[in-house]
Design a protein around this ligand. Structure first.
Ligand code: G3P
Length: 215
């Protein structure tokens, strides 16, 4: 499973990129707004920080507008992937962009049907939103487990990006499901490295080391 960061905050990405764990980044208009900067400012900077795909979302809701925006976005850097919402106009745009060799990430996926349509339209990635399914009383991780099974059953090349991750349990469950990528918000990613027994174990090693010097 590859690790992406789900943020548009350049400073946060820098910190984790230095640990060598971040392959790609996903953004959306809400995350860009939260960063306090514009998409035009942050995407070029993010693209230099990570080796893999950086998703930048279109604002248009008609096919023509999406395609126009997508062609502009991919000029920013080789690793830009265009995020397109799962709506009928979005599928049309994905078909056109896929034929042009432009990589797309079909976002706001909440059902197997939507994911299959996106894959058949030619999406490079689909982004099922786990937390938002949990929010309406469904089991977002179980949905991702089923989605992995369906894509494998049909041998679809489209990769699954588990998105709207809110907890370490979400990360563990999508990993077990065999998802291709998890896009993880900074706070959850920061928590993954910690374990009480690591801290306790390290403290004990250091204590024993200090004691050994006294002998
Ligand atoms: O990757 C999608 C993500 O940014 C949405 O997360 O927590 O707003 O549902 P959330």
């Amino acid at each position: 499973m590859k690790i992406f960061m789900d943020t548009a905050n350049v400073e946060e990405i820098k910190e984790f990129a230095d640990q060598g764990i971040v392959y790609g980044v996903t953004t959306n208009p809400s995350l860009i707004a939260k960063s306090g900067r514009t998409q035009a400012e942050v995407i070029p900077e993010i693209c230099k920080l990570v080796p893999g795909p950086v998703s930048a979302e279109v604002i248009s809701q008609d096919c023509e507008g999406m395609v126009r925006e997508a062609r502009e976005l991919v000029r920013i850097a080789d690793n830009v992937v265009v995020k397109i919402p799962c709506i009928p106009e979005g599928l049309k745009a994905i078909k056109i962009l896929s034929a042009e060799g432009i990589r797309t990430n079909c976002t706001l996926i909440f059902s197997l049907g939507q994911a299959m349509l996106a894959a058949r339209a030619g999406a490079t990635y689909v982004s099922p939103f786990i937390g938002r399914l949990d929010d309406i009383g469904e089991d977002g991780c179980a949905f991702v487990e089923n989605l992995v099974r369906v894509f494998r059953t049909y041998g679809l090349p489209t990769q699954i990006i588990a998105a709207s991750i809110r907890s370490q349990e979400h990360v563990d469950r999508v990993m077990l499901a065999g998802v291709d990528i998890a896009t993880i918000p900074t706070k959850v990613l920061a928590g993954l490295v910690h374990h009480d027994l690591t801290d306790k174990g390290l403290a004990k090693f250091m204590e024993d080391y200090r004691n050994s010097l006294k002998k």
